[in-house]
Ligand binder design. Structure first.
Ligand SMILES: NC(=O)c1ccc[n+]([C@@H]2O[C@H](COP(=O)([O-])OP(=O)(O)OC[C@H]3O[C@@H](n4cnc5c(N)ncnc54)[C@H](OP(=O)(O)O)[C@@H]3O)[C@@H](O)[C@H]2O)c1
Length: 513
């Protein structure tokens, strides 16, 4: 199935299926997964399904349904109505587990699945979603195998979606891959990165490969550098304890920003099959020039927010957040200078930055093209007031905004009306919302529908995850051995001064989105 065919061009309807969610008493199930299934159902994209929640908490089917109803009311795109709910909730069940490693619990689950499949006269077409903390991933997969629920060669084959984080470093990711591959075939494992479910992330591929005019420019002959930004205004909220052991390099860069980087830098795949697309993405990650202890200080900046004001609200320092060590050295901001050492991108820096408590929530990719080879008009013809200085040196910037206000803009130099040859920077804009007039579906809707359709193109492959950790882990190792800590930045700013210096040394400058 071609995942890049829009729903307008060809609706798809996967076969009836059961969806079993482990960790179903948790936040993700209530806030994202069930609302996504509800929205798919309301938009007519969900096949006949039965949903079975599994977790250690004891509760009845009824209590579980009530909790999900509240989650839908609060978080779904489509409004709630009793009639649709009564149809949707009819086949939602709850099976409590003694633990995620308890064989009799899985026997009960197997019995429930068979009952439901018989009742609904459906094939054993099974999707399992591991929405637990990572330590339960491998035990749950093993128990599923032992209970005969995920045979490797069944048709349709049983699939297992695995939530993030997929490891905390290279060796833990390798161990998790190894443990999962002992009980499942690679084609059964769906490692989720919800960024890949976002419309605008997928549009990066459509933009590049469905338009003839950009690809000839998409290389080191024309591109000066690329900036990828993932900025949040939020701090750590209620996740201080988790985040303090993770840091933003693990939480945002290793997964989400690297996925964007890979889509942006990859070669055209031979087709849009899962293996062709993921193969090309993996090659980009494998081509990243390693960061060594010797060059870490010139290629990586880490920061941590102190108190300040964000969107007009005073906010505390990271070290004063709940669950955070008051002497924490965890980074809440990171900026990196990367090189993709291959034929297409030789010598082109990719600057990535991600931070919390930034002035604005924005995720975007900005392709900065080289200046025209000859300055026919000279830099003094730029109208000083109208043009930021950075634009005078990099007049063409193509920006793909992933969130919010999804769209694409191209910055051009244009003549200012009047009797002189003054030039100003102008922008051509495409906005998703105004061009299509419909709200984009949530990332989890797309990814659940893909998994129901046995389409793993937008899920990460084992070698791809390991390639990203292979690059990231030496940075953590260098930080832990070299001492020192993050540079501080005030909340509501774009990170520490050192982040600007990362670009200024080569005459470049971060965009201010
Ligand atoms: N929430 C989000 O927005 C979000 C976003 C991206 C990724 N994720 C990932 O998605 C997964 C689920 O997220 P969540 O927010 O729903 O997590 P959660 O609420 O912490 O956990 C989900 C469920 O797992 C069970 N659980 C908790 N601790 C456990 C442990 N030590 N061992 C075994 N089971 C345990 C609990 O159910 P019982 O005690 O009833 O068994 C809990 O209700 C996590 O891997 C998380 O990293 C979450």
């Amino acid at each position: 199935m071609n995942p890049f065919v829009s729903d307008h061009a060809g609706d798809r309807m996967p076969a009836p299926s059961t969806i079993t969610i482990f960790g179903a008493s948790g936040d993700l199930t209530r806030r994202k997964l069930i609302p996504a299934l509800w929205d798919l159902s309301r938009s007519g994209h969900l096949p006949r399904v039965a949903i079975i929640g599994c977790a250690r908490s004891q509760k009845s089917d009824e209590t579980f349904r009530d909790e999900l109803r509240d989650g839908i009311r609060a978080h779904a795109r489509h409004s709630f109505d009793e009639e649709s709910w009564s149809t949707f909730s009819r086949h939602i069940y709850y099976v409590s587990l003694e633990s995620y490693d308890h064989p009799p619990s899985y026997e009960r689950l197997a019995t429930k699945l068979s009952e439901v499949e018989q009742q609904l006269a459906m094939e054993p077409n099974r999707l399992f979603y591991l929405s637990t903390p990572p330590r339960a991933f491998a035990p749950a997969a093993r128990q599923l195998r032992d209970a005969g629920l995920v045979p490797k060669d069944s048709n349709p084959y049983a699939r297992v979606i695995v939530e993030k984080p997929f490891g905390i470093d290279l060796s833990s990711a390798q161990v998790l891959n190894h443990d999962l591959l002992e009980v499942l075939a690679e084609k059964q494992i769906y490692r989720i990165d919800h960024y890949l479910g976002k419309e605008t992330v997928q549009n990066l591929l459509v933009f590049r490969f469905a338009n003839g005019i950009f690809e000839p420019l998409w290389n080191n002959n024309y591109v000066d550098h690329v900036q990828i930004t993932g900025a949040e205004t939020l701090g750590v909220e209620s996740r201080g304890g988790y985040f303090d052991h993770s840091g933003i390099l693990r939480d945002m860069v290793q997964n989400h920003l690297f996925q964007i980087l890979a889509l942006c830098a990859m070669e055209p795949p031979v087709n849009f099959s899962a293996d062709a697309v993921r193969g090309e993405k993996t090659k980009v990650l494998q081509a990243l020039r390693p960061i060594t202890k010797e060059d870490i200080s010139s290629r990586v900046v880490r920061g941590q927010y102190i108190s300040g004001s964000v969107l007009g609200r005073n906010v505390p320092a990271y070290r004063h957040e709940g669950g955070v060590d008051p002497n924490s050295l965890t980074e809440t901001f990171v900026a990196l200078k990367l090189f993709v050492d291959n034929w297409r991108w030789a010598g082109v820096p990719f600057y990535l930055r991600s931070g919390k408590r930034m002035p604005k929530k924005v995720t975007e990719v900005a392709i900065h093209f080289k200046a025209a080879p000859h300055r026919l008009f000279g830099s003094d013809t730029f109208e000083e007031s109208a043009v930021p200085e950075a634009s005078r040196t990099t007049p063409n910037v193509l920006t793909i905004r992933i969130q919010p206000d999804e769209g694409i803009s191209l910055q051009l130099g244009s003549k200012v009306p009047g009797q002189t040859m003054a030039i100003a920077s102008v922008s051509m804009e495409f906005r998703y919302a105004s061009s299509f007039g419909v709200a984009a579906p949530e990332a989890y809707e797309r990814l659940l529908l893909d998994a129901l359709s046995c389409d793993s193109t937008l899920f990460t492959r084992g070698d791809e995850v390991e390639a990203s950790w292979k690059f990231i882990t030496p940075i953590h190792e260098a930080w832990s051995t070299m001492g020192g800590g993050p540079a501080f930045y005030s909340s509501g700013t774009w990170g520490p001064r050192e982040s600007d210096e990362l670009l200024e040394s080569s005459g470049r400058r971060w965009r201010r989105p």
